[in-house]
Design a protein around this ligand. Structure first.
Ligand SMILES: [Zn+2]
Length: 562
């Protein structure tokens, strides 16, 4: 007699091995059996026709504050996420002395774009040390599992007070920081995070504390992780850093990797039209470190940065002078120019000459998002090249004729990042790149929130674009992060491992439109985003979410590395 049996699903076990149809039996929060199971259970879920996978592990979140008022870590729990890792980018709320609370809040407000009034009202500050923070959170109901990193900014602020945002540390201060990291690791943290991003400031305009650290300090703190023989180092230095900064931090990476022999997750690797070769160089650096024998990783985002615009009010073409000259004319003159064949020739020429800018200069990557007139509705979702073929016109004519027919009110869409599919495929397929840079819990005003990074992967990149098998995608969202972080009893469906699962329909899983709501403490607003096609999210053997709705249970645990 089992607690729960999932009957007849297609099992993607997280290893990347071929999927197969079978049952999963669960008791006491653990997977008991996988295969054909004839025994009975308290509860049997018929999951025929659905995919059964390990729960998603979101390894890059900033839920440090949100979990105090939102135990479901919404909207992550709606996307099959069963474990979140927080404390990334050097930012944690522990350790913290009472007099430094406001300084840590000021760091989250500016770096992670969270409203000050919500943090002030919502964080209960029942702790001083990192261990006390974990203990306090453990006393709260939690929907999903939570793992932490110890953040460098908090450690530095603790040891140095406001001097932490003014100067390098002395030997005594570094020794105290070592103790704080050692304590955090002993209490169960999964590693240490730091931040050398030159764009990261506190609310008062001072650079975040970790930016004042020298190599000696960083190396000594990372060495504590090495001594713990568990966990990893997470390092943020900025995607658009100068080549000098990248080279400088690269030497630090080499030192950290060599001295700790622990995994290091470094910068984000993405495709940008504005710097189309950057990703190759970044990936080469990671691969070179792996060739030398170090566990170097990078991460990437599954989200494409989509731009929506009309020819009425867009600055999207301002980098091309021929376009800018027309786009800055008053509306009636602008439309006149758009009708003029000579101007069209000039605009078409500007689209193809020289390299991509932050705009791709590719008509196949500009699509019709929303038409203004009903008679043009069939053009929606088509790209301009398709439209041109359909109408036997040149792309510039197809584009401008449609816009003019709708008084320039047609909404178009293009991508700024992750727009080149062949590149995305190479980045995503690299064994050194982790999928998911959700920043969940942060950047609350972003209308394109990151909670659904796994849903985007499974719906868009796997189903629609077919850049990777579902087996491989699941492995990259589960077993890979679990292994690198050392969460060894999760991320795989195997007898004896924790029963964190997510059951979805691969043919329908997708994002729902983002919504703006006012549910943060003190009524501040944020964007949330649900999913469709996700039938069950199961945490430690209990059904947490069913068809997007919370079932009322709180089976989540604080995960500890020790
Ligand atoms: Zn971050």
């Amino acid at each position: 007699m089992y607690d729960l049996i999932l009957k007849g699903g297609r099992i993607y076990d997280g290893s990347g091995m071929p999927s197969f149809i079978g049952d999963v039996a669960i008791s006491n929060g653990r997977i008991e059996e996988i295969g054909r199971i004839n025994a009975s259970a308290d509860r049997v879920l018929d999951v025929g026709g659905l995919a059964v996978a390990p729960g998603i592990i979101d390894f890059h979140t900033h839920f440090d504050a949100q979990l105090w008022w939102d135990p479901l870590a919404s909207s992550s729990s709606e996307h099959g996420v069963t474990t979140v890792v927080m404390g990334n980018c050097g930012l944690t709320l522990a350790p913290c002395k009472p007099e430094s609370r406001d300084a840590l809040i000021g760091t989250f407000v500016r770096v992670e774009d969270m409203p000050r009034q919500s943090l002030q009202a919502g964080i209960p500050w029942e702790w001083t040390t990192h261990g006390e923070y974990l203990d306090a959170l453990e006393r709260k109901p939690l929907g999903l599992n939570v793992a932490t990193l110890v953040g460098h900014c908090a450690v530095r602020q603790y040891a140095m007070g406001e001097a932490s945002v003014e100067r390098e540390a002395n030997d005594v201060e570094i020794a105290e920081m070592e103790d704080l990291v050692r304590h955090g690791m002993a209490a169960g943290a999964f590693g240490f995070s730091t931040n050398a991003n030159q764009r990261h400031y506190r609310e008062d305009g001072k650079p975040v504390a970790s930016r004042f650290a020298g190599l000696d300090e960083i190396a000594r703190l990372c060495r504590v992780v090495g001594e713990a023989r568990s966990g990893l180092v997470q390092f943020t230095h900025g995607a658009f850093a100068s080549p000098e900064h990248v080279a400088h931090i690269g030497q630090w990476y080499d030192t950290i990797l060599k001295e700790t022999c622990r995994p290091l997750i470094g910068e984000s690797i993405r495709h940008f039209w504005s710097e189309p070769d950057l990703w190759r160089k970044q990936l080469n650096d990671v691969e070179e470190r792996c060739r030398q024998g170090y566990a170097a990783y990078a991460m990437t985002s599954t989200r494409r940065t989509l731009r929506h615009w009309t020819l009425k009010d867009s600055s999207r073409f301002d980098e091309m002078p021929a376009w800018k000259n027309v786009m800055t004319l008053p509306l009636d003159q602008r439309m006149e120019k758009f009708r003029d064949p000579q101007t069209r020739l000039e605009l078409a020429k500007a689209m193809v000459e020289s390299k991509p800018i932050s705009f791709s200069r590719r008509w196949d990557l500009v699509s019709v998002k929303k038409t203004a007139r009903a008679e043009n509705k069939s053009f929606e979702r088509k790209n301009i090249d398709e439209l041109a073929r359909l109408q036997a016109k040149s792309p510039i004519d197809a584009f401008l004729d449609l816009a003019l027919a709708e008084d320039l009110e047609t909404t178009f869409e293009d991508t700024a990042t992750q727009g080149d599919e062949q590149t995305v495929k190479e980045i995503f397929s690299s064994p050194h790149v982790l999928l998911g840079q959700s920043d969940a819990g942060a950047h609350v005003a972003n209308a394109n929130p990151g909670f659904g990074f796994a849903t985007t992967m499974l719906a868009y990149w796997v189903r629609e674009r077919q850049i990777m098998s579902l087996e491989d995608a699941i492995k990259k969202l589960t077993f890979l992060p679990a292994s690198i972080f050392g969460i060894h009893d999760r991320g795989l469906l195997r007898r004896g491992l924790a029963a964190d699962l997510f059951v979805f329909d691969p043919t329908t899983i997708d994002l729902l439109p983002p919504e703006k709501i006012n549910d943060l403490p003190e009524g501040a607003s944020r964007y949330i985003q649900g999913a469709k096609g996700i039938h069950y999210t199961i945490v430690n053997g209990s059904v947490l979410m069913k068809n997007g709705a919370h079932t009322g249970v709180y089976p989540g645990k604080i995960l500890r590395s020790v």
